[in-house]
Design a protein around this ligand. Structure first.
Ligand code: FES
Length: 87
């Protein structure tokens, strides 16, 4: 699992491989807007404060991917063991 810290909510979540970060975040009562849940619309875009996302969306440019500052949490996962998100 990936450890995901929600910095503004002071919550730490464990996201198993078969679930999306978005699903687990919402289950814990944090509202994140989302529309497609397939990485194509951009509404779930979330700022990354620490860690390295594994981008699986269709939207970010190569520069944005490499910058590790933002991610689509409906589909993207993590290369690092831990992510800190601005939620
Ligand atoms: Fe559309 Fe995540 S909900 S990109």
């Amino acid at each position: 699992p990936v450890e995901v810290e929600l910095a503004r909510s002071s919550i730490i979540l464990l996201v198993p491989a078969e679930r999306s970060i978005l699903q687990v975040v919402r289950e814990n009562g944090i509202y994140v807007e989302c529309a497609c849940e397939e990485g194509v619309c951009g509404t779930c875009e979330t700022a990354v404060l620490d860690g390295e996302p594994q981008h699986r969306d269709m939207l970010l440019s190569p520069e944005e991917r490499a910058g590790n500052r933002t991610m689509m949490i409906c589909v993207s996962r993590a290369n690092s063991k831990r992510l800190v998100l601005d939620l």
